[in-house]
Ligand binder design. Structure first.
Ligand SMILES: C[S@@+](CC[C@H](N)C(=O)[O-])C[C@H]1O[C@@H](n2cnc3c(N)ncnc32)[C@H](O)[C@@H]1O
Length: 334
């Protein structure tokens, strides 16, 4: 019953999103989105990392604590951060995020298709087209998980340039379970040449294995909102890029359409956790994923963080996808 009604909601969403996403991606290019979702967030300070905790709408209280390691969180005296809608000690967040992606790894790709009705594929295709890598581009795909961006990068280079030239991509992720799925998919998809594609366990906040000024492009898709210190992630991106190199961030963002906003709100907080339960047997991890989207800075605030990290941005600095459900932010190391 729930599956049937969820499927209907999904299908109608899919039709709306598919028909509007390409329109939006062109029409909204470089146009700032003033509105935010679901309720206007509190004022964003100059430094978004200092912004106050947003007030939670009443219906969005966290579920009962599924993470035992959070039980002592309230007693900490040290710095805190958010993990979804919960406040946790900063040092706890990384392992909590690891628990989430360790749990969802086996069903991650299936759930992406189910939750977005396949729209994430269009966003990722567009993301790589926007990056427009050349035949010799070296890419670092951070928080690369099961390899979606890396595979698209290699496929794009081959189809656009006829041959692979010197193109190569390194996928870095903090979670070995996600990387293991990625390695298996690489073999299945014919991307098993280690000279072209490699997988590396590492933290986006400290890419000590990657040399300064060593890559042409840096991508991070749906990963940065899970990191504890977004400013450190951006600083590392800046360090590893060559002069002239490009940062491209694909992330969920703030919906700017007043008609879509309440539907998206309902879908996010009611349908997605239920789907997580049904499809992956894991409601809590998918509730976290939705909550973490709400805690991520708005398009403008994130663009300001990119500029603060030293990047040059063109125009508004981002492109909204599907009314701001997701956005691509770009910056250049000049
Ligand atoms: C939503 S998945 C995105 C995977 C992939 N980029 C995609 O678009 O399908 C988020 C990924 O970020 C990774 N991640 C979270 N925190 C990280 C960190 N600090 N450093 C590196 N990876 C991290 C998770 O392990 C997970 O694989």
């Amino acid at each position: 019953m729930l599956a049937t009604s969820s499927f209907r909601v999904l299908n109608s969403f899919r039709r709306t999103l598919l028909s509007r996403s390409l329109q939006t991606s062109v029409a909204a290019r470089n146009i700032p989105s003033p509105a935010s979702f679901p309720a206007p967030p509190p004022p964003v300070h100059e430094n978004p990392s200092l912004k106050p905790e947003p007030q939670q709408p009443l219906q969005q209280q966290p579920d009962a604590n599924p993470y035992p390691s959070l039980d002592n969180a309230a007693t900490t005296n040290g710095p805190t951060t958010h993990f979804g809608f919960r406040t946790v000690p900063e040092e706890a967040k990384e392992s909590l995020v690891k628990q989430v992606f360790g749990a969802v790894a086996p069903s991650y790709d299936l759930m992406n298709d189910v939750m977005s009705a396949g729209v994430h594929r269009l966003w990722k295709d567009h993301y790589i087209r926007t990056l427009a890598p050349g035949p010799d581009t070296t890419l670092l795909d951070v928080a690369g998980g099961t390899g979606d961006i890396a595979f698209r990068f290699l496929d794009y280079v081959k189809s656009q340039h006829g041959s692979m030239g010197g193109a190569k991509v390194t996928v870095v992720d903090i979670n070995p379970a996600m990387l293991e799925v990625g390695k298996k998919r690489a073999v299945q998809l014919g991307h098993s040449d280690p000279e072209r594609l490699s997988f590396m366990e590492g933290n986006a906040e400290n890419l000590s294995q990657i040399a300064d000024a060593s890559v042409d492009a840096y991508t991070i898709a749906f990963g940065i909102r899970n990191c504890t210190h977004v400013d450190r992630v951006l600083a590392e991106a800046y360090r590893v890029l060559k002069p002239g190199g490009r940062l491209a961030v694909l992330e969920f963002s703030s919906v700017n359409n007043p008609l879509l906003a309440p539907l998206y709100e309902f879908y996010s907080f009611n349908v997605i956790p239920a789907m997580g339960d049904l499809v992956a047997g894991d409601r809590a991890s998918y509730a976290y994923l939705v909550e973490s989207i709400r805690k991520f800075p708005t398009q403008q605030a994130f663009r300001d963080m990119i500029v603060d990290a030293g990047f040059k941005v063109e125009g508004a600095g981002w492109e909204d996808l599907t009314f701001g459900v997701a956005a691509i932010h770009s910056g250049f190391k000049i």
